[in-house]
Design a binder for this molecule. Structure first.
Ligand SMILES: [Zn+2]
Length: 212
């Protein structure tokens, strides 16, 4: 389904050709050769708060660059591509009544970048699944998770339900990269407090475990 955002991405793409995140060749966010080199995510340890979690890719190389384009530079060409891959990563459709949401960025981060990449990804994934997307979580002030070491991330961001939208719902939680699972775990806890009956996460990438 093409929507206003997708059409805008196409117009911007025609004016400023999108280049491959791997080799720089013009024509799209990832060329066929670089796409073939994308690696599947590592085996995921699913946080207890979640009923399931899938990721499209291992967070390395081209996948890392694609996420950076969406997260830091708001290059819209990468967004539809990643959203397609994320929707395809789900083993089955979560059901026609499911709601897609995201863990909101900190207000600092949002102010700096002018957009919330998690929201953009969630809305794009929802369109591909033909599901509703809704802001089901509120983030209270606290340190941003990006840039903190693994230990300092602790229990994750301070999230709470936004209204009653999660009550009785199956929720598809969208995020860009998962490292420790602290953010998606905190988000799933808050969604359950809000009454969600089932929470599955879909992320663009997952960080491979570090060698010891
Ligand atoms: Zn390439």
């Amino acid at each position: 389904m093409r929507t206003g955002d997708d059409v805008m991405a196409a117009v911007v793409g025609a004016l400023f050709p999108v280049r491959c995140a791997g080799c720089g060749r013009p024509g799209g966010p990832v060329c066929a050769g670089c796409a073939a080199g994308l690696r599947p995510p590592p085996a995921l340890a699913i946080p207890a708060e979640l009923d399931g979690w899938v990721a499209a890719f291992a967070y390395e190389g081209v996948a890392r660059e694609l996420v950076a384009r969406v997260k830091y530079r708001n290059e819209r060409g990468a967004l539809p591509w990643l959203a397609d891959a994320m929707a395809r990563a789900l083993p089955s459709h979560p059901g026609p009544e499911a709601v897609v949401t995201w863990a909101p960025a900190s207000s600092d981060r949002r102010r700096r970048s002018g957009f919330d990449h998690g929201e953009l990804l969630a809305r794009a994934v929802a369109r591909r699944l033909r599901l509703r997307s809704a802001r089901l979580l509120v983030r209270d002030a606290g340190p941003p998770q990006t840039g903190l070491g693994r230990a300092a991330r602790g229990p994750g961001p301070r999230l709470r339900p936004a209204g009653a939208g999660a009550r009785g719902a199956t929720v598809v939680l969208v995020d860009d990269v998962v490292t420790t699972g602290a953010t998606i775990g905190a988000a799933a806890r808050a969604l359950r407090h809000g009454g969600a009956v089932r929470v599955v996460a879909v992320t663009a990438a997952a960080t491979p475990p570090r060698p010891r």
